[in-house]
Design a protein around this ligand. Structure first.
Ligand SMILES: [Zn+2]
Ligand SMILES: [Zn+2]
Length: 306
């Protein structure tokens, strides 16, 4: 099956940038839509390095209000104001994070030339957005704040149109095929009735992508990530620092891998790595792989297709 999501890591460092890793941001592309998860300082430059461009970048989804996840949004929104590649931007986040973003956008001097909208995520409103076959939802994480969120991006299941079968049955090319896809029966060129079930393949599950931003470990994380085709999860510390991780509201590589294993995901990318391991990142990977072998490290500007 072809790729559904194109993920580009723009910033994979925790708290502060390092020479090789910028602070948090991830770009996701799905069909003609692009959105950012978090927007740490310098994200707009990372977008340029990634050759991603600003076109169709109309949503920014924020996990929580810590500065390493949001300080880039003022600059990015100001640049969008100058270049005007889009006429609408929607920022999603908790009331606390939206409050901070509103303060940052207050510095954009000459007024916004596009429609900037704020959509609040809270306990009652976990549906963030929908786009064609895709739904995006938030789930609560535990990060020593009033509210912080992870995200699931779930594509609806679908049945493929079997053109070779349709050709054999004498279904003309054109609107009849759309009607069959929409669930209607049609009459073939031979005068026989053709039903949707005759020309649609078995139901195929849609792709699921799960993103766990800053959080301490708790077992329900694996419920949110259940069956994901790809899990991106923070792994700020090694397990030797498990106590510190819990105190700071973060996970260890082993805990991220435990979530991935318990959730039965297909692959795990470790993200939000502490600069303390800048010269020993392989230790994070090795620790996680002992629990969940299909683990990889996220790298700035790396792109993966899911
Ligand atoms: Zn962080
Ligand atoms: Zn944080």
């Amino acid at each position: 099956m072809s790729a559904t999501f194109r993920i580009t890591f723009l910033g994979t460092s925790a708290a502060i940038p390092t020479p090789k890793r910028n602070v948090s941001s991830t770009l996701i592309a799905y069909q003609d839509l692009k959105w950012l998860i978090d927007c740490g300082e310098g994200t707009q430059r990372q977008l340029l390095y990634a050759n991603a461009g600003f076109k169709n970048l109309t949503r920014i989804v924020l996990s929580h209000e810590h500065l390493d996840h949001i300080l880039g949004i003022g600059g990015l929104l100001a640049t969008l104001n100058m270049l005007q590649p889009v006429n609408r931007v929607v920022v999603h986040g908790s009331p606390a994070v939206l409050d901070r973003v509103k303060q940052l956008t207050g510095f954009i001097g000459r007024g916004l030339q596009y429609d900037l909208q704020f959509e609040s995520i809270d306990a009652e409103e976990i549906d963030i957005f929908a786009h064609r076959q895709l739904t995006c939802q938030a789930f609560p994480t535990r990060h020593r704040l009033h509210a912080s969120y992870g995200f699931t991006f779930q594509e609806k299941s679908r049945r493929r149109f079997l053109s070779d079968v349709a050709d054999r049955l004498g279904v003309p090319a054109g609107p009849e095929r759309r009607r069959l896809l929409a669930g209607e029966s049609i009459r073939s060129t031979r005068g026989t009735l053709v039903h949707p079930d005759d020309v649609l393949g078995p139901e195929e599950a849609g792709k699921k992508l799960v993103y766990i931003s800053d959080t301490m470990y708790f077992p329900e994380l694996s419920t949110f990530a259940a069956g994901a085709d790809c899990l991106i999860a923070e792994a700020t510390f090694l397990d030797s620092e498990a106590e510190l991780a819990a105190e700071a509201g973060h996970m260890t590589a082993k805990q991220s891998a435990t979530v991935a294993r318990d959730a039965g995901v297909k692959c795990l990318y470790l993200n939000h790595l502490s600069q303390r391991y800048a010269h020993a990142e392989h230790l994070l990977l090795e620790e996680a792989r002992r629990v969940f072998p299909q683990t990889y490290l996220a790298y700035d500007l790396a792109t993966i297709d899911v």
